[in-house]
Design a protein. Structure first.
Length: 277
């Protein structure tokens, strides 16, 4: 939900539909844009792919989740959504932003504004800067979400699969799951790691664990920008900061993860950090 972070984000025009850094483009730092021609094949990704789903043998088709010595994932997708409100059944997605991470480093990104097919509330425009005019000529979620799922399902280098990382990520996953069920008739399945929950587990004495609090506390940025791609990048930076903090300050025996299924979907498994003190 935020504007570009200085020195960190690639500028993406509001008119661009899908921004994907392709392997051949990375050295040049350019963005390539793909417009899928077979939407039916893209929707098939909904039914056949599981993102870091640990409940399946060998973690699904992709193999196991790549972990460091502190049992934090090193390969994952950090994501953020902007929406018109809080409830998936009555509100709509206005922007999707995500970054693909390999060994702790961003190697790919996705950004797309979405036409919510309804007026954007004034308070949301004030928060995010996203206006009705910015999305009026863009595709609705029925067209954008299959592209995002196809991007998520892009084969990763190596045997590891990608869990989802987000801040208060259950909010984003509720919207993804609701819309996936609407479009494809099946739920969004993934394992996820929540930077808000991780921060609460590591720093219980701190009162506030919003993304805006973490980026200041960790020296990442001065403000949260409330745009999907920049928020996804800040979330990734917070996750990496805490991953390194655990490596330096906690014995591996003191750290473990417990699984908890989402309230509304057994196919979404929250990975919750437990710190033994």
């Amino acid at each position: 939900m935020r504007r570009a972070i200085a020195g960190r984000l690639t500028n993406i025009s509001e008119k661009n539909r899908v921004g994907i850094i392709l392997p051949s483009d990375r050295d040049a730092g350019t963005i390539s844009h793909r417009t899928p021609t077979d939407m039916r094949s893209l929707r098939d990704h909904f039914r056949h792919y599981r993102f870091g789903q640990p409940s399946q043998p060998n973690h699904g088709a992709g193999g196991r989740i790549a972990m460091d010595d502190a049992v934090f994932p090193t390969d994952y997708v950090a994501l953020d959504l902007e929406t018109t409100g809080f409830y998936p059944n009555s509100c709509a997605i206005t922007e999707i932003g995500a970054v693909r991470v390999r060994e702790g480093h961003i190697v790919d990104q996705f950004q797309q504004l979405v036409n919510p097919l309804r007026p954007i509330p004034r308070q949301i425009t004030t928060l995010t800067g996203i206006t009705d005019a910015m999305v009026a000529d863009l595709d609705p979620i029925d067209e954008v979400l299959p592209r995002f799922i196809a991007w998520l399902a892009t084969p990763a280098a190596g045997p590891a699969v990608e869990p989802i990382v987000g801040h208060n990520v259950s909010f984003d996953l509720r919207f993804l799951d609701y819309n996936t069920r609407h479009i494809a008739g099946c739920g969004f399945a993934c394992a996820d790691y929540d930077t808000m929950q991780i921060s609460r587990a590591l720093f219980p004495a701190q009162r506030h664990h919003r993304l805006a609090d973490l980026i200041v506390r960790f020296g990442i940025a001065d403000n949260e920008e409330h745009r999907a791609l920049s928020d996804a990048i800040q979330t990734q930076q917070c996750f990496e900061w805490m991953r390194h903090y655990v490596t330096e300050h906690h014995e591996s025996e003191a750290i473990r993860w417990k699984q908890a299924p989402a309230k509304n979907s057994a196919e979404i498994l929250h990975q919750q950090l437990v710190v033994k003190r």
